[in-house]
Design a binder for this molecule. Structure first.
Ligand code: MN
Length: 261
């Protein structure tokens, strides 16, 4: 491995997040690290981009003195700013994380962590999203960081199919309690009863989303099942959201016969 490899590191938990620091430190063994991350927590912002206000890049230092950039933008903006301005060299790989909390099943549609990897994929740059699948306060990023560095190395010597990124979820366990590594499909995970309705001191209603814990369908071979079994899950995620099994059905509905009057 030459040290010419350039890796852009970003996240959605913000520039001060422990997981970002752990990831950057581990990836420094694989290549040159360039960091562009949101200046605050932007979890669950999905693939939003900033179009209606100016974006700024601020030079900052991580706790060990590493140079980095923070931005007032989203994780997706970070990739765009990194590729087109902050990093003055060609980026070979984008790694997003390490997220605090799982990105499993339908979480992917909300995830800022995964969306940053999606933006890189759209640009044709190989990308990995990494999460520690736990909301405990004392999450350990050690195993996830080590695995990210390993997978980054693998990805630099292999070619992903077009329009595909890797979504990685690592159990919050010490290395000797991880029971394996599985290549998985995206499972199903939803939040039921996710609205908590309360009254403010004026008697007007307000709402909190996402109060309940997620309900996982523990189907064999899925990301949710692998993590439930204490395994590291690696899911290839494709950007094509077309529902292929529905195409023939939809074409049979006669929609193409519509004529505007
Ligand atoms: Mn997050």
């Amino acid at each position: 491995m030459t040290n010419k490899t350039n890796i852009l590191v970003t996240n959605d938990d913000g520039i001060h997040a422990e997981g970002l620091f752990a990831l950057a430190k581990a990836l420094a063994k694989v290549g040159n690290i360039h960091i562009v991350a949101p200046d605050r927590a932007r979890s669950a912002c999905g693939h939003s981009i900033t179009l209606h206000k100016p974006l700024r890049l601020n030079k900052v230092r991580l706790p060990d003195g590493t140079h980095a950039f923070s931005t007032n933008g989203t994780p997706s903006d970070c990739v765009t700013l990194g590729v087109f301005d902050a990093v003055k060299t060609k980026i070979d790989l984008v790694v997003s994380g390490i997220n605090w909390g799982p990105n499993l099943g339908w979480d992917l549609t909300y995830s800022g962590t995964v969306s940053a990897a999606m933006e890189a994929t759209i640009m044709g740059i190989p990308a990995i999203a990494v999460s520690v699948a736990s909301y405990e306060e004392d999450v350990s990023y050690d195993v996830a960081a080590e695995f990210s560095a390993y997978l980054a190395g693998v990805l630099l010597s292999h070619q992903l199919p077009p329009d595909t990124l890797l979504n990685v979820n690592v159990p919050n366990l010490p290395a000797d309690q991880i029971s394996g590594i599985e290549v998985t499909t995206q499972g199903r995970r939803r939040y039921s009863g996710k609205i908590d309705k309360r009254l403010d001191p004026m008697g007007r209603a307000y709402y909190w989303l996402g109060g309940d814990s997620a309900i996982d369908e523990l189907e064999e071979g899925t990301d949710v099942k692998a993590v439930a079994d204490d395994k590291i899950s690696v899911t290839p995620v494709h950007l094509d959201l077309t529902g292929y099994p529905a195409l023939d059905e939809l074409r049979s509905w006669g929609i193409a016969g519509f004529k505007a009057e």
